[in-house]
Design a protein around this ligand. Structure first.
Ligand code: HGY
Ligand code: MN
Ligand code: MN
Length: 404
């Protein structure tokens, strides 16, 4: 089995739970994953560094002392996640640098592979944390003040035993890249359905995430007549169903309520409080805006009708991100040279490339997800597609090095 597959296999055991992988940022498992990657990179002779908020860099010098060409992705996962989302781009980036070094390919720009800290937002309520601080979209203070669902602040977790890697030098000043290429699984069914093995990503969907807190009145499930109730969960449920209808009506957008909290969460007590988290996305920002309008109208109506309090707290807002035409051209050239059809595809999933695209030309390469499954333990990509993606990444880095 190749280094790529062996490493993905090995990494996929780090943080494995019953149904999938759990590697939230600065957990023991995620720290172990970064340690593993640093060890593999050092064994291949690369320079390993980290920055002050946990982004991990490996670097291959170039002929020029210029801004680096970067590739990267993330090692953290969602709860019950798969072994390829993020990890594939991190391990694949290492394998691409090793392939270029083995072939003795002389690059003008230094090449860096980055493992961005906390892309998923599965512990701290902000996704793409490491790449957005790196790109200056989030201040370090804002990141440090974030509080995880377990109550611990980012600052404390960063200082804790699973924060920075002990034996890795910390780079103080971020080096803005001259270009960025991210290799990632598609996480959807399009490539597989079209019999394709490589995708050239055109844009990354914009997204809005909100916390919706509902205050009603707890009470005895048996004694309070329906007409007297201020049931916080039923208010949340009405909002959820109506938002699903709105997303279908507006079209070309998706709305998900993937997190629900009910208090006191007892069978025989009417819920007095409920918290739901909404994730809305589209490559068309106007449709996301219309969805938020619908939510605001709905909240006003449900507040009135059910006599409950409803607070909408924005957690995240990212505009749709078109990827760089010239770098996309480099990916297209490589896909053709490898003998595959050029297939342009938008990304419904968010990626660190959204942030890096704000400071440098960025592009993405997709490989198929079997059955379109992702963010689940049975996330899979065929080994030959995993290998092909790394080859495409290595060649794209060479092409981009020439171009930039
Ligand atoms: O949610 C996303 O799209 C990404 O997987 N963080
Ligand atoms: Mn990802
Ligand atoms: Mn993900």
């Amino acid at each position: 089995m190749s280094d790529l597959l062996e490493r993905l296999q090995r990494l996929g055991e780090v943080g494995r739970t019953g149904e999938g992988i759990e590697r939230p940022l600065f957990s023991e498992a995620e720290h172990q994953a970064r340690t593993l990657l640093a060890g593999w990179a050092r064994a291949s002779g690369f320079d390993v560094q980290q920055d002050a908020i946990g982004n991990l860099f490996i670097r291959r010098p170039g002929a020029w002392a210029s801004p680096p060409l970067q590739t990267g992705s993330h090692l953290d996962t969602v709860k019950g996640g798969g072994r390829y989302d993020g990890a594939y781009g991190v391990v694949g980036g290492l394998c691409a640098l090793e392939a270029l070094a083995r072939r003795g390919v002389e690059m003008r720009h230094p090449i860096e592979r980055v493992a961005w800290a906390g892309e998923e937002g599965s512990r701290f309520p902000k996704g793409c944390l490491g790449s957005s601080v790196y790109a200056g979209l989030t201040t370090r203070q804002q990141a440090l003040a974030l509080r995880g669902d377990d109550g611990m602040s980012f600052a404390d977790a960063l200082r804790g035993p699973s924060g920075l890697l002990a034996e890795v030098p910390v780079r103080e000043t971020p080096r803005m890249p001259c270009g960025y290429v991210e290799l990632h699984i598609e996480q959807g069914p399009i490539l597989e359905r079209n019999g394709l093995r490589l995708g050239v990503v055109t844009a990354i969907a914009g997204q809005r995430r909100l916390r919706i807190s509902i205050g009603g009145e707890a009470g005895h499930a048996g004694t309070v007549p329906m007409a007297y109730r201020r049931d916080a969960f039923n208010a949340a449920a009405e909002i959820a169903v109506e938002l699903e209808r709105a997303a279908r009506r507006i079209g070309e957008c998706v709305a998900t309520i993937g997190m629900v909290r009910v208090e006191p969460n007892q069978t025989n007590v009417i819920p007095g409080r409920a918290e739901i988290r909404l994730d809305v996305r589209s490559v068309d920002d106007e449709r996301v805006r219309r969805m938020i309008d619908e939510l605001e109208q709905l909240a006003r109506a449900v507040r009135e009708r059910r006599n409950v309090s409803i607070e909408l707290e924005p957690l995240e807002e990212r505009a749709a991100t078109p990827l760089d035409p010239a770098l996309r051209g480099a990916v297209r050239t490589v896909v053709e040279a490898l003998g595959h059809p050029v297939f342009e595809i938008p990304s419904g999933a968010g990626h660190d490339a959204m942030c890096i695209a704000k400071v440098a030309p960025a592009a993405m390469i997709f490989v198929p997800s079997i059955g379109g499954a992702s963010h689940v333990g049975h996330e899979r990509t065929a080994p030959e597609d995993l290998q092909l993606g790394v080859t495409a990444l290595a060649e794209t880095l060479v092409e981009a090095d020439r171009l930039l």
